[in-house]
Design a protein around this ligand. Structure first.
Ligand code: GFB
Length: 297
């Protein structure tokens, strides 16, 4: 989802000389294969959007794969990028790198100031490693490697695997299914009380290109909408957009995760960037993309 959005945004800006590989063509967890790829292709600019990702349950259930695969991908790509002279690299992480109970909105400087949320600790630790790789290759070698931490992303090309996906696509899928079957209830995991900040993936891509076109050489940058809402309100909004008006039932056997993770986005704002897509509009565009995948109808 993130990588394809960045490629669309770059295409729109007139870039065309892309070097991409599908997972089947290049397994980024394999050091020798990654190094051979960089040696052969010698890319100038790298957007590292690849990773093992998923929602709260996938993070909790596949803790070993989430830490192992993400740390291997980051170590292999960032090291090879430095070794083969990549001019600029942008590494994508996640707002879950910050301490679970830190003050809101979360400033970049709060990194490593407290314990992490348990449900996604392994993913967060791997992503912190990516931030530190970028920082330290810059400090020692002057590599122009930037780290970007988006809030919860959503948009075209998301995953709708209900067990493992994130809340926003899950609720679109569930609300649509309930509407089609005439079900009276929509099940929402947890208490509905946790707050989340959602960012349309096209806005995230725009922020990444904005940063790469700036003269910034290194650092950590939060990217978000600047506002959040409780999951209960997200569910109501999605039901409105989808056109389903059943009853919400909260499944308290499912985890809530972190209570809140609203990002402080002043650093990026200071560089002249703000998100353009309001949540309702972004959900409508995402629902349209969902409907265009015929297997969901
Ligand atoms: O999006 P989500 O899975 O991930 O869940 P996190 C956000 C909130 O929505 C949690 C609730 O409080 C869930 O309990 N929720 C309600 C649901 N209904 C559903 C549902 O049907 N499916 C899902 N998935 N959630 C992830 C991290 O955390 O966010 C990752 O685990 C990453 O590491 C990512 O940072 C952006 O926001 O809790």
């Amino acid at each position: 989802m993130a990588g394809s959005a960045i490629q669309r945004r770059l295409s729109a800006a007139g870039f065309s000389n892309f070097v991409t590989r599908s997972h089947a063509e290049l397994d980024l967890t394999q050091q020798a294969a990654v190094d051979a790829f960089f040696a052969a292709e010698k890319p100038e600019i790298v957007f590292l959007a690849a990773g093992r990702v998923g929602g709260i349950k996938a993070n909790n259930n596949f803790r070993a794969e989430f830490i192992y695969q993400n740390l291997m991908i980051e170590a292999n790509v960032i090291h090879s990028a430095w070794k083969h002279g990549v001019q600029r690299l942008l590494f994508l992480g996640s707002s879950c790198i910050y301490p679970r109970d830190c003050p809101q909105p979360i400033h970049e400087d709060y990194l490593l100031t407290g314990p992490l949320e348990q449900t996604n600790e392994s993913y967060a630790v791997a992503k912190i490693l990516g931030v530190k790789l970028c920082e330290n290759y810059h400090r020692q070698y002057g590599a122009q490697f930037i780290a970007v931490m988006p809030s919860n992303l959503y948009g075209p090309n998301d995953s709708y695997d209900l067990e493992n996906c994130h809340v926003l696509p899950a609720l679109i899928c569930k609300a649509h299914a309930a509407k089609m079957s005439g079900a009276s209830e929509l099940v929402v995991w947890g208490s509905g009380l946790p707050r989340r900040e959602f960012l349309f993936v096209e806005d995230m891509a725009d922020a990444c290109v904005h940063l790469m076109e700036s003269n910034i050489e290194s650092g950590l940058f939060n990217v978000g909408m600047g506002s959040d809402l409780p999951i209960s309100e997200l569910a109501e909004l999605i039901m409105e957009v989808v056109g389903y008006n059943g009853r919400i039932v909260y499944d308290h056997s499912q985890p809530d995760g972190t209570p809140r993770k609203l990002l402080n986005i002043n650093r990026l704002k200071g560089l002249g960037w703000t998100a353009q897509t309001q949540l309702r509009e972004g959900i409508a565009l995402t629902y349209k993309d969902f409907l265009s995948r015929t297997d969901h109808l």
